[in-house]
Design a protein around this ligand. Structure first.
Ligand SMILES: NC(=O)c1ccc[n+]([C@@H]2O[C@H](COP(=O)([O-])OP(=O)(O)OC[C@H]3O[C@@H](n4cnc5c(N)ncnc54)[C@H](O)[C@@H]3O)[C@@H](O)[C@H]2O)c1
Length: 286
């Protein structure tokens, strides 16, 4: 039993916005916080647009879409989340920033609330050190992109995470219409430890001229039945996020094999971050 009515989400980017949408459609009150007013505006607009599209497709009634929009609140103030029953952090993949937030969460949420992070790769145990006595309530709740479409939530237990926190998190993910799968706390968990080296290798194959990007992707979609090639997927995830995750794998698992490909890093330096920047490996106009 999760006992959650109100979900606080910190970070309204690709992931936080998606988690908020899914939560609101599943009947939860949502408080979505971001430090950028512009990001919150964009997010509000895209919630309207995306729910409108579901109505057009006939997968959601107009009444349900309106009710979901009513359940969404957007704010720049972290304090506005104080009465939430759980907080899910979805800011950029930066360990120092996440730890700073979890220190605040431990002081703000003192009534047994779950303190969840959507990190792709950073150790839950490491993030939990910032929460002090509340470390038993810190857990990884790793949603996948795009959140409204992807069924999986990888639920990651840190060293101190209690069984009660884990059980409540699994129940909440199910109540959000997802399929939670538990994993233990190693850098990259299961998903990115397996996925990211493949994406990184695709950049090496491109850098070494083994094939051009479109052909690398075609080989992986047609030959391995992947729904999307690794380079297209990298653009979708965000090339900066891919570099962050490779850094975490290299440091956490202590193997050079996980170092980010120089070409991947060069694209990030040039601002070619993928879909969100309009250009990454491929062009993404509009
Ligand atoms: N992109 C993916 O495919 C994917 C998938 C699973 C998990 N994740 C993880 O989810 C998290 C978010 O990724 P994203 O792709 O949504 O990133 P994003 O860059 O789209 O969004 C991050 C948001 O955090 C906000 N932010 C930064 N500092 C903040 C602060 N102090 N307080 C509140 N908001 C702040 C930014 O304004 C931005 O809107 C990362 O930890 C990432 O590793 C990403």
């Amino acid at each position: 039993m999760h006992n959650v009515k109100k979900i606080g989400i910190v970070g309204a980017g690709q992931m936080g916005g998606g988690i908020a949408q899914v939560g609101a459609v599943s009947g939860f009150e949502i408080r979505l916080q971001d430090t950028s007013a512009g990001v919150l505006d964009t997010c509000r607009g895209s919630h309207k647009k995306r729910l409108g599209r579901l109505v057009e497709k006939g997968t959601l009634s107009q009444d349900d879409a309106d009710a979901a929009l009513d359940r969404l609140t957007y704010t720049e103030r972290l304090d506005d989340l104080a009465d939430c029953d759980i907080v899910i952090e979805a800011v950029i993949e930066d360990a120092a920033l996440k730890k700073e937030l979890f220190q605040k969460f431990a002081a703000m949420f003192t009534h047994g609330q779950i303190l969840a992070t959507n990190t792709s790769s950073i150790s839950i145990t490491q993030i939990a050190t910032a929460a002090g006595d509340a470390a038993d309530r810190v857990i990884g709740m790793h949603f996948f992109n795009p959140v409204p479409v992807m069924k999986l939530v990888e639920v990651i237990k840190g060293l101190a995470t209690s069984q009660d926190t884990t059980s409540r998190t699994l129940a909440l993910a199910e109540a959000m219409g997802k399929t939670p799968v538990p994993a233990n706390d190693r850098a990259g968990f299961v998903s990115n430890r397996v996925l990211m080296p493949m994406i990184n290798e695709a950049f090496y194959a491109w850098m070494e001229g083994v094939a051009e990007p479109a052909h690398i992707d075609q080989i992986m979609t047609l030959g391995m039945a992947h729904p999307m090639g690794p380079l297209r997927l990298a653009d979708f995830i965000g090339l900066d996020t891919c570099v962050h995750i490779m850094d975490v794998l290299a440091d956490g698992l202590n193997r050079e094999h996980y170092r980010a490909c120089p070409l991947l890093k060069q694209l990030v330096t040039a601002g070619r971050l993928g879909d969100k920047a309009g250009r990454g490996v491929f062009d993404h106009p509009g």
